[in-house]
Design a protein. Structure first.
Length: 266
């Protein structure tokens, strides 16, 4: 049992305390992020891009995710570990159960699924079987080929209405957390207010209940040389990686990250 549980995160939301979450893919960085004070470690399938050098997350396998989850577990010091279900590893219910079994047995405390309203059924069945789910909405990178690129989602009234409805439906189905990626700041604020579960943002403005960044991005490391608008390089002004991780946690807690310039308009 981690020190940080879903109850901890719920209580933080209720008290208006911001949740700090970072990706981690190995034991050493998991330990460093915990020492900096993050509540949640995300074993993200972004590892396909930042560790494996692919141009999307699609080549990542469930076995990759289990391997990195087990490594993160060995470095963890009490954070809640969330692991991504990789592309096509939850296309059917049978696959979903098998993949979640692998990840939870490797050390995850929660899994993250990308999608929209269709996730309601798997989320309900997983929650009943002891697998808490974080639903990832907005720019869901596994749908990059459907979206035609990594593009902001939820712009315009029709898309915004759909996103609000998806968030409500997935909370009702039993999602224990929401992650909103690259959605207009105002819309994210509205969703965070209208659901009871914690909402973590990345490129979703300052009003969500917490923030997540990809570790390599916030350390100023980029294979492609392209830095997303929502990223701040926390190595700036810091003499060490540990200092940068601590600066991220402090900035999330005191609300100075993200600034308005890191968000998107409707
Ligand atoms: O895979 C990942 O690292 C993620 C973050 C972008 C939130 O899902």
């Amino acid at each position: 049992m981690p020190d940080v549980t879903l109850l901890t995160l719920q209580a933080m939301k209720q008290k208006g305390e911001k949740i700090a979450m970072l990706t981690a893919y190995d034991a050493t960085f998991a330990r460093a992020a915990c020492q900096a004070g993050v509540e949640v470690l995300l074993v993200g399938d972004s590892l396909g891009m930042v560790l494996q050098g692919h141009d999307s997350t699609l080549p990542v396998t469930a076995a990759d995710m289990a391997y990195h989850t087990a490594a993160v577990k060995r470095g963890n010091l009490g954070a809640l570990i969330v692991s991504d279900l990789s592309f096509m590893s939850y296309a059917t219910l049978e696959q979903t159960f098998a993949t979640c079994g692998m990840l939870m047995q490797a050390g995850a405390h929660m899994v993250k699924l990308e999608g929209a309203g269709w996730l309601a059924e798997p989320i309900r069945l997983l929650a009943e079987r002891g697998v808490p789910v974080c639903a990832h909405l907005g720019l869901t990178p596994q749908l990059v080929n459907v979206f035609g690129g990594f593009r902001v989602q939820g712009r315009g009234e029709a898309q915004a209405r759909q996103l609000r409805a998806d968030a409500m439906a997935l909370e009702q189905a039993g999602a224990a957390m929401l992650l909103l990626e690259c959605v207009p700041s105002e819309l994210a604020a509205e969703i965070a207010q209208s659901v009871k579960i914690p909402v973590i943002g990345i490129g979703a403005g300052a009003a969500t209940d917490g923030q997540v960044l990809v570790l390599h991005d916030m350390l100023g490391l980029s294979l492609s040389g392209r830095v997303p608008k929502f990223v701040r390089n926390f190595m700036d002004g810091q003499g060490s990686i540990q200092g940068a991780l601590g600066a991220f946690v402090s900035a999330v807690r005191d609300g100075s990250f993200p600034a308005a310039e890191h968000g998107f308009s409707a």
